[in-house]
Design a protein around this ligand. Structure first.
Ligand SMILES: O=P(O)(O)OC[C@H]1O[C@H](OP(=O)(O)OP(=O)(O)O)[C@H](O)[C@@H]1O
Ligand SMILES: O=c1cc[nH]c(=O)[nH]1
Ligand SMILES: [Mg+2]
Length: 207
């Protein structure tokens, strides 16, 4: 499984804003929006393009577009804070939605919403969730996609725990991970250390 860490100084700066406990909700959302642009930009770097001939005002030249725009799948709630920015970068992408809430006792994901196309054969998919902690929520989401035929999945996360990366690696699922950081570890409550707290609560308030 390929794991790409986007450790650009501007990405680190946005992530630092998100980590800072003094950052309020509006500033947290703004930093996540900007970080998402950088992560999606890097995540699409090697996507195949199709060309067509166009006229500039001066001459004929090649124009480029993504050959197959990915299906974007934000994982609610926290992934909603990445959806609009990803969609702005890839305006012709379709969007699916998965809603999960992690049970904070068992750390297992509890699904409450799912809106996905029936078939994802030959359809690249980009899952958007700022946090990859135990990896349970991401694994659950990718299994939903694979059941529909997906074979090419990119998980885009603001930050990840080594435990979550390992779970995904051992799952054998067809995916790669793009993240701005792999943090130290999970604590006893399943939170990423040093992390940034609860990404859903920090954007939208406590559930
Ligand atoms: O890797 P895991 O251990 O599964 O944890 C990660 C999940 O936890 C957070 O969501 P949460 O369940 O807090 O829901 P929320 O987005 O509504 O806050 C986060 O956005 C991930 O979906
Ligand atoms: O640190 C964590 C772990 C799971 N979900 C979050 O939002 N933050
Ligand atoms: Mg949460």
């Amino acid at each position: 499984m390929d794991v790409h860490v986007v450790d650009h100084p501007l990405a680190k700066a946005r992530l630092s804003t998100m980590r800072d406990a003094r950052t309020d909700s509006a500033a947290f959302r703004a930093a996540l929006h900007e970080l998402t642009v950088m992560l999606v930009y890097e995540a699409t770097r090697d996507f195949p393009v199709r060309t067509e001939r166009i006229h500039t005002p001066v001459a004929l030249t090649d124009a480029y577009r993504l050959a197959t725009p990915p299906l974007l799948v934000p994982v609610l709630r926290a992934g909603l804070g990445m959806a609009d920015q990803a969609h702005k970068l890839i305006p012709d992408a379709r969007m699916g939605f998965v809603g999960l809430a992690r049970d904070e006792e068992t750390l297992q994901p509890t699904p409450y919403m799912e809106s996905l196309p029936d078939s994802l054969a030959d359809q690249p998919v980009m899952v958007l969730d700022p946090m990859l902690a135990t990896g349970g929520s991401m694994e659950f989401t990718i299994r939903l996609l694979v059941e529909r035929g997906a074979t090419d999945v990119t998980a885009v996360c603001a930050l990840a725990a080594p435990e979550g990366i390992e779970l995904l690696r051992e799952s054998g699922l067809p995916l790669r991970v793009v993240t701005a950081s792999i943090d130290e570890r999970l604590n006893d409550s399943g939170f990423i250390v040093p992390g940034l707290g609860d990404a859903g609560d920090r954007q939208y308030g406590a559930r």
